[in-house]
Write a new protein. Structure first.
Length: 705
């Protein structure tokens, strides 16, 4: 066909596509109205992708080739809403919502313009479909096993922990960076699908050894100030940060992180030459302004002196590299040729610290490509008018724009354990956390929770974990901004489990049981530890049975936190540290977490949910189960013990069920009765917290303060 004929036939082609359902009027409108020149100008090859594809179950192009198996449709129009948003939060005992849905940062205009705390009050999902639980792996975990057996795939052996001790990062890095390109975008990558693999060489992440840190030029290392150095000892520009994790990202939950940040060359240089003092000064200035501390400078230092400090925002060109690891209880930062935390050929290698396995689950990457301000990231009043969300990205290359000035890219294991670019549908889960969330500063979670002082500049080590003493951490708790309680203590006040799903890990349950026994009659508890703390016992209970037990569990957890029983005192340095038994898993838990996630890897069904609580239908947690009082979308009562597959919605499709987070009168911090949607609303009998502040203070928690 001659090229000159194409423009004349294009309308006919589009009409045929519309008639056959391959493209909708809405998609045509967006394709026509969205200009892609901005992204092309920075070297990307963008396209418009509609969430209608996810809703219709259309497989991403080339999925089977890169994933190693067939696509499993989710029919989920909004994968950005995570599974924990559907859990039961009744009786005023459970509020995981506040860790995303808060107004504090938006109220002070600090890198956030998303006041969404009102979502703590009602399950207000915006469409009929979203008032149903669409995370199939979470509520139907047995189907994963069934699909694998149908494919003839051998189920992972629970004893096979060596799998997580085999590296898969370096081979993926070489696909994107084997040409030596260190820019944010590898325009001549050996494999173009890996062009956005971050330019952080895992061979440069050896632990620091005094005297010969590069082993004679064989590798790079992370120095004592957290700077990533190359084989010659030179600065790569990357720097690691050590931050206080949210409870959903402790080693107990099966996933742990490393965080590495790189600022643009102008921030590293003075008169065109790398200058340590300049880079160090810019890091401190950035850290202070992100954490909303006082700073005097209006502009950055060195060759970045023309760039204005924009409070609550990162400068254009900032990069974040985020490896997400399995948990390995042998991974504690050793290096050499014979390591218990690495499987390989016996050559010179290293373990990551902090239980971070040698194998990565994912490599995540953020690049700040565009300057934005508060007005640019305000809630869109026209949002929701389109039937389906749409995204700028590139299917097959693993990136999307988050609409807030950042490019998000990510790579995840394929069926064979090798990293592949994530699909747009999978990346939408990244957008869910790094876009319109009340708890981030410029779409980032980590920097505002950086540990104070020198401890905050270095590898993410999860309390300086040592495999020989897992009962000990070197991680302090830090007071919240109001000074009333620590960050972890506040978490124990807000939930009735050990994570954002309200699930009670065995490790925390056992520690609480010991505390309850020790305190005895002073707690005045009505139920035994088994009746309160065993999640399996709660699954089939009615409202009359479950509610009093969860209220007692809340009472126990709050007393445990108020008594600082979650901390151990270390006489050697006169400090209080979080107990290792509350922070690190047992070997058995570690094995179970690895096995459960490996099934999802083999199934390649990340779009159906990455968090799995077992392999049988009965393993669905009680927080997804009715107490007999919950109504489904047809307003029929769901029997006690059955999974809550849906909830009621109004004529516009918006959910109407109260969360139950509010109990009794709603008070503000001053103790006055206020409306539940008042900006300073705070519930003393429930768990409502309208103004949760995620910025970590510098003040450690200690007894007798």
């Amino acid at each position: 066909m001659r090229p000159s004929i194409l423009p004349k036939l294009l309308p006919l082609f589009l009409l045929i596509l519309m008639a056959t359902g391959f493209i909708t009027c809405q998609q045509l409108h967006k394709k026509a109205s969205v200009g892609l020149d901005e992204w092309k100008a920075i070297g990307l090859d963008p396209e418009v992708i509609s969430a209608e594809d996810f809703f219709l179950g259309i497989a991403p192009k080339g999925f089977e080739e890169v994933a190693g198996t067939t696509y499993k449709p989710s029919f989920n129009e909004e994968p950005a809403i995570p599974a924990q948003c559907w859990i039961e939060t009744g009786y005023g005992t459970q509020n995981a919502c506040k860790y995303c849905h808060t107004d504090y940062l938006a109220s002070i205009g600090h890198g956030n313009n998303y006041p969404i705390a009102e979502d703590q009050i009602v399950y207000s999902f915006p469409t009929p479909a979203l008032n149903r639980i669409l995370w199939d792996n979470v509520i139907h975990p047995h189907k994963i096993t069934e699909r694998l057996e149908q494919d003839g795939i051998e189920l992972p052996d629970r004893e096979d922990v060596d799998y997580v001790r085999k590296d898969n990062w370096k081979s993926a890095f070489d696909k994107g960076r084997g040409n030596g390109d260190t820019e944010w975008l590898s325009t001549a990558a050996p494999d173009s699908r890996f062009a956005l693999m971050p330019a952080l060489d895992p061979h440069h992440l050896f632990p620091y050894v005094e005297g010969n840190p590069t082993s004679g030029g064989q590798h790079g290392y992370v120095d004592e100030a957290g700077y990533v150095r190359d084989e010659s000892g030179g600065y790569t520009g990357w720097r690691s940060i050590n931050f206080f994790p949210y409870a959903i990202f402790t080693p107990l939950t099966g996933s742990v992180s490393g965080i590495y940040v790189r600022l643009p060359a102008s921030f590293q240089q003075l008169n065109g030459v790398f200058d340590y003092d300049t880079y160090q000064a810019n890091w401190q200035l950035l850290a202070d302004q992100i954490r909303n501390k006082f700073y005097e400078r209006s502009h950055y230092y060195g060759d970045a002196a023309a760039i204005e400090v924009q409070a609550g925002f990162y400068p254009v060109g900032t990069e974040f590299a985020h490896p997400l690891h399995y948990v390995d209880l042998l991974a504690d930062g050793e290096h050499g040729t014979q390591l218990d935390g690495v499987m390989g050929d016996g050559g010179l290698t290293y373990e990551f610290p902090g239980t971070r396995s040698k194998r990565v689950k994912e490599i995540r990457y953020m690049y700040k490509w565009k300057e934005v301000g508060l007005a640019d990231i305000a809630m869109d009043e026209e949002e929701g008018e389109e039937e389906f969300e749409w995204f700028i990205g590139k299917e097959g290359q693993g990136w999307v724009d988050n609409g807030m000035g950042w490019i998000l890219a990510a790579f995840i294991e394929n069926r064979h354990g090798e990293l592949r670019p994530q699909t747009t549908e999978e990346l939408t889960q990244c957008i869910g956390c790094h876009s319109k969330v009340g708890n981030t500063i410029d779409a980032v979670w980590s920097f505002q929770r950086q540990l104070p002082g020198d401890e905050g500049w270095g590898e993410m080590n999860y309390g300086q974990y040592a495999s020989t003493t897992p009962e000990i951490t070197r991680l302090k708790d830090y007071y919240a901004a109001d000074g009333k309680m620590g960050e972890l203590a506040g978490f124990y006040h807000s939930v009735v489990g050990g994570d954002l799903y309200g699930v009670m890990p065995d490790e925390i349950r056992d520690e609480l049981a010991v505390y309850a026994q020790m305190k005895g009659e002073t707690l005045n508890l009505s139920f035994s530890s088994e009746e309160m703390l065993n999640d399996d016992v709660l699954k089939d209970m009615s409202l009359e049975e479950r509610k009093p037990r969860l209220l007692e569990r809340q009472k126990l957890m709050r007393r445990f936190a108020d008594d600082l029983a979650y901390l151990d005192y270390h006489e050697a340095d006169d400090q209080y540290y979080i107990k290792g038994r509350l922070f690190y898993p047992t070997y058995t838990t570690m094995q179970s977490n690895i096995q459960a996630y490996r099934k999802v890897v083999l199934d390649q069904s990340f779009n159906l949910g990455k968090d799995v609580f077992g392999s049988e239908a009965g393993h669905v947690p009680f927080t997804f189960r009715s107490d007999g009082s919950v109504l489904d979308e047809h307003r029929n009562r769901i029997p006690a013990g059955e999974v809550i597959y849906s909830r009621p919605y109004n004529s516009e499709g918006v959910g109407t069920t109260p969360t139950g987070i509010i109990q009794g009168e709603t008070l503000n911090k001053a103790g006055a009765v206020v409306s539940p949607d008042a900006p300073d609303a705070y519930s003393t009998t429930g768990t409502l917290d309208w103004m949760y502040n995620p910025i970590l203070s510098d003040q450690p928690v200690r007894k007798g303060r």
